[in-house]
Ligand binder design. Structure first.
Ligand code: DGY
Length: 324
């Protein structure tokens, strides 16, 4: 039997590309350009499997609806799959998989990095040193907010959130509370001595730091709107490593400007890679270019996981990480 034809929409880490080359008749995106909608449509006609990423154009009914579609599986390189219209994929009979588990710790590390940086004014301090404006140690210089022992509230309490809770509770003695419509079992909650809240609002009102860990899109779009941001405490910080659209960005900018909240640490944005001038000009925000899973170890593992799904599918098995 000939090898399945597979397309990787972006450049992958070397080890994962090598495996793809050995196992499949693969097309690599050597110059790592963002594929146009037309290229994605053509890909649907030419490849048995397409492995897309979060930064691709949305794979929707229009792209899936091309004539003579050959593609049978979209093996997403990423745990979040809001870059794929799963309803349209289901309707077209195209299987969708993701890469859960392998990026949990690294994404949690980035959430902690943002939390620590924004609380301790680390970005601002680094800019001061680099611009040669630091004039020496003083008892009142760059006073910031203590992290250890503070209250950390979670919106969503899945794998990545639990890894953050582990680091924050056991490493920084933080008090954990969360809201999740599908809460984990009691023994998981017990590991972090976490308090389960009945609503998003309850978390917002009672936390010194709020960290977002829910999927993007659908009813979570603009979940953190002006009204909900107004429920946070004035001294509280917002951390987002989930998806940009979960936060109403103009409302966040206003809340930061008006002192409704103290600051924000953002790894994701509503219109990536665009970041608004307002956010760029604020000292009380820390801005990362979607770094959550960006370690070599994790990105290789994500590629392998995506390929495991493709392999299982063409072996006639149920792909391990099927989401649609
Ligand atoms: C993920 O895996 O969801 C990362 O945000 C990259 O897509």
């Amino acid at each position: 039997m000939s090898k399945p034809k597979v397309l990787l929409t972006r450049k992958w880490p070397q080890a994962a590309e090598e495996r793809a080359r050995e196992q499949f008749n693969v097309h690599l995106n050597d110059d790592d350009h963002k594929m146009s909608v037309d290229e994605l449509k053509t890909a649907m006609q030419n490849y048995d499997a397409v492995c897309p990423t979060v930064s691709d154009f949305l794979i929707d009914a229009d792209i899936l609806g091309v004539e003579n579609r050959k593609c049978k599986i979209l093996a997403n390189f990423g745990v979040g799959f809001n870059n794929i219209d799963t309803d349209a994929a289901k309707a077209a009979g195209v299987v969708v998989t993701n890469t859960p588990g392998v990026l949990t710790d690294c994404t949690a590390d980035i959430a902690m990095t943002l939390l620590l940086m924004v609380a301790r004014r680390a970005g601002e301090g680094e800019r001061l040193v680099r611009t040669k404006q630091w004039d020496g140690w003083r008892p009142t210089h760059m006073l910031s907010t203590k992290v250890t022992g503070k209250k950390l509230g979670f919106i969503g309490f899945g794998r990545i959130a639990q890894a953050v809770a582990h680091k924050a509770h056991h490493g920084f003695d933080m008090e954990i509370s969360f809201y999740d419509p599908y809460p984990p079992p009691a023994e998981v909650i017990g590991k972090y001595n976490a308090r389960q809240c009945d609503s998003v609002e309850e978390v917002l009102r009672n936390s010194d730091f709020v960290t977002l860990h829910c999927p993007g899109g659908g009813s979570n779009t603009n979940l953190l709107n002006a009204e909900r941001l107004g429920m946070m405490q004035k001294h509280a910080f917002l951390i987002n490593t989930a998806r940009g659209d979960v936060v109403d960005e103009p409302a966040l900018v206003k809340a930061l400007k008006d002192g409704v909240i103290a600051g924000a640490g953002l790894d994701v944005f509503a219109r990536e890679p665009k970041v608004t001038e307002d956010l760029l000009s604020m000292e009380n925000v820390v801005l990362f270019p979607h770094l959550g899973s960006a370690t070599t170890e994790t990105r290789v593992a994500m590629g392998m996981c995506s390929l495991d799904n493709v392999e299982a599918f063409f072996n006639g098995e149920e792909p391990p990480n099927r989401v649609a």
